[in-house]
Ligand binder design. Sequence first.
Ligand SMILES: [Zn+2]
Length: 318
Amino acid sequence: MDTFYVIDGHVDTVTKLILDKRKFFMRSRKGHCDYPRMKEGNVKAALFSLYPMNTLKSIIRGLDLWFQFISNPENKVIQVRSLEDFDKVFNSEKIGAILHFEGIGGIDSDFKFLRLAWHLGLRSLSLTWSDSNKFGNGSRFHGKQPERGLTPLGKDLVREAQSMGITIDVSHLNDPSFWELHEIADKPYIASHSNARAICGHVRNLTDEQIKAIQEKKGTIGINFSMNFLNPGKPGQANLKIGLDVIKKHVDHVVNLTNINTVAIGSDYDGTRVPRCVKDPSKFPSLWEFLLNNGYSKQDIKKISHENLLRVFKNSWK
Ligand SMILES: [Zn+2]
């Protein structure tokens, strides 16, 4: 089978490595991502998320972990800060790491830390995790959903981040925040790791209207491998036996509502529990093979696996 390179839109590996007490450069049975398993799945780059960034202390701790991660030569990772850096990654054995903040409550109201973080390589952010902060409201996993969306400061931050060339990520936002962000987005934005709510009715997933809205701004939706957000008809329920056909259902739904240019990958590896069929990134080739055998072309797979996300970076990193 052809080799399909992958740019994964969301992994939580940097902090998970510490929790699991494992090394990125060594193949492990714990967690999901390490160099050998990513290499086996032809993963060329990923948005390596730092979470939670709710206080200045957590931002400093996260960035310290980040620079330990990328500066260790044994990890064979290079930080991707520009489109040119992707060329380097595609022509090397190294894996590209794009710095992403998931939930940014720790950023000050004058955006000083936002500007500093940009200089340190921040190229993507989501305003909230599934909580609330001074910038806006995220969707809750349980209980009542917050009725409010973005705050005025949150809208200012979106404008500032867009003008700096940081890609905005709407995964985890609640519905009012989503729509307010959509209104002011003048660059393509991403739902880095969210699925279709019509297939799996979880609030972390996207409604049909939201899927169409993302396409309208030429953004992408990264299919999330979390069992909780895949499970058809049983949102939030784990089932290790969920198959590649279910992942395809979510892909099909987004393609049918929009087109092939909207689908990407946001595995959520090292941040969630995933079914056996995609147990770690070494399984990417079997997903591509399944899609190839079920109506998708090689060109389609290239778009899903990396080209669509790369296009969004091209159009939102200034
Ligand atoms: Zn997440």
